[in-house]
Design a protein around this ligand. Structure first.
Ligand code: CS2
Length: 486
């Protein structure tokens, strides 16, 4: 039987600690993917037990799948939490409504303008926003931005929808919602604010000052390793709950959320789910982006090419696991001390989380969207390392692995899709020359990717070239062994 609510669950599966129907909607969430369900929806589910009208109207901007899966289940889904010690399932009731912008446009716009909606949160991935990293404003070449600049009255993208909704609310005398970015971007609230202000300047100038002055954009650090769901996920959920669940998700037991406490119109009691409220999220964000995500990207490129399908397989490869630890230490060395946080212990905990044998997190999944991820994960810490006179080897290795990956063929000669918004451009540069130094040169010159201090650094270029040459000549496994041997 299909899951449709908390009734009939076995004793081993926890349901919501509240009566979902007794709680109204207070949040619209854009980006109804696995990460949202495992992280913010799970935390909100815990917070709802403390009270409040904070159920979520989940919206996917493009894919009809999330709404098609959750709709027939009244928004309920199974969350399987897996740690080295074992797995448990819980059924989440926080999502009251699941919509897809295309077919449910009227419903989405109504939810965004409803006075009861006090928070709009987002997980649309790094590439979903259309932010120009060079200017901090809109990227005019981004498809949704281009569409919405041309027709701001019929928006399809994040900037267009939010500016449209904030304008409609203001005209109706309704307070603005708080905008809560939950993507892995540096100072994500500030970044999203800059995007909306610039978009407003171009389409609704009277809104620019209002957004800058009256709308809250707290930054957040979000962390929970959540692989894309597979048919095995659904089978496991059915076995654990007794119900068929097309929307089941599996994740790790660990979860972290650090949030700036600026919610003028209120918020759920997320602290009940362990969320930490701070005045400035930046040091936590930098720690997580550079250590967890930086090491993730490195191990994804190197691991995928060395034949490791999952992150846990990477951690079984002793030389590559040693490079993961080396990377974590190098990234930690670029961070200022953070009160109450032991970076060495954090690095150890990350290595243990990566090694979790019960989580099937594909290296190919993490490898996607490299051009969107490298700046905050690898390039910003590399620039800081350079300025501090620290070794660049770990970054050179990670960047060489990305460049090798950008070539788009495995060592056995099989082609794969890079799955990057700049895929064609990246692959053309990676394969347009046979000389390794020239490939490195071309990829380092990719417009807007590397900060000039790195792009113009001959030492870094040499270090990357030597490593990419080793990867091309002797294969990734040998290059990993050589690198780990120092
Ligand atoms: C990963 C992240 O896919 C990726 O790029 O590095 O999704 C990572 O699993 C999460 O940020 C963990 O919180």
């Amino acid at each position: 039987m299909r899951l449709a609510g908390p009734d009939g669950l076995p004793d081993t599966v926890a349901g919501p600690g509240y009566t979902p129907a007794d709680h109204g909607t207070g949040i619209v969430h854009l980006g109804l993917g696995a990460f949202h369900k495992a992280h913010q929806a799970a935390a909100t589910d815990t917070a709802l037990a403390a009270g409040g009208d904070w159920r979520i109207c989940g919206v996917s901007l493009r894919s009809p799948e999330p709404a098609a899966q959750l709709g027939p289940q009244n928004g309920f889904f199974t969350l399987i939490e897996r740690s080295a010690e074992g797995s448990r399932a819980r059924v989440i009731g926080a999502i009251g409504q699941a919509l897809c912008l295309g077919p449910d446009r009227a419903g989405v716009l109504a939810a965004l303008t409803a006075p009861a909606t006090r928070i709009v949160s987002l997980t649309v991935t790094e590439k979903g926003y259309g932010i120009s990293r060079a200017t901090g404003g809109v990227d005019e070449g981004h498809p949704a931005i281009a569409h919405d600049l041309a027709t701001p009255e019929a928006p399809i993208g994040v900037a267009g929808l939010l500016v449209w909704a904030l304008k409609a609310r203001r005209a109706a005398g309704v307070s603005p919602f708080t905008v809560l970015c939950c993507d892995n971007l540096p100072e994500n609230g500030r970044l999203l604010r800059g995007l909306l202000v610039d978009f407003a300047r171009r389409t609704a100038p009277e809104m620019a000052g209002f957004i800058a002055g009256e709308v809250a954009f707290p930054s957040t650090m979000v962390d929970r390793i959540t692989p894309a769901a597979t048919p095995e996920t659904l089978a496991a959920a059915e076995e654990m709950t007794g119900f068929r669940d097309e929307a089941a998700v599996e994740t790790e037991a660990f979860s972290q959320w650090v949030i700036e406490d600026r919610f003028p119109t209120g918020r759920p009691a997320w602290e009940a789910a362990g969320a930490m409220f701070v005045a400035d999220v930046k040091p936590y964000e930098e720690m997580k982006l550079r250590m967890l995500n930086g090491a993730h990207s490195m191990l994804a490129y190197a691991g995928f090419l060395a034949g490791h399908r999952h992150v846990s397989d990477v951690m079984q490869d002793a030389p590559l696991a040693a490079l993961v630890r080396r990377h974590l230490a190098a990234a930690a060395a670029t961070l200022p001390p953070l009160e109450g946080v032991d970076l060495a212990a954090y690095a150890e905990a990350l290595a243990a989380r990566f090694a979790n044998p019960h989580l099937k997190h594909a290296t190919y999944q993490i490898a996607m969207d490299g051009t969107e991820k490298l700046p905050q994960r690898l390039l910003a810490p590399a620039a800081d390392a350079l300025a501090a006179g620290q070794p660049l080897g770990p970054y050179a290795f990670a960047l060489a692995a990305w460049m090798r990956y950008a070539m788009g063929t495995t060592e056995a000669g099989e082609a794969y899709a890079l799955r990057d918004p700049r895929e064609a451009e990246v692959q053309a540069r990676a394969t347009g020359a046979s000389d390794t130094a020239e490939i490195v040169e071309r990829l380092m010159a990719l417009p807007g990717l590397m900060p000039p201090v790195l792009r113009n650094n001959a030492g870094l270029r040499r270090e990357i070239t030597a490593r990419l040459a080793a990867m091309r000549d002797g294969g990734m496994a040998a290059a990993i062994r050589a690198e780990a041997a120092g």
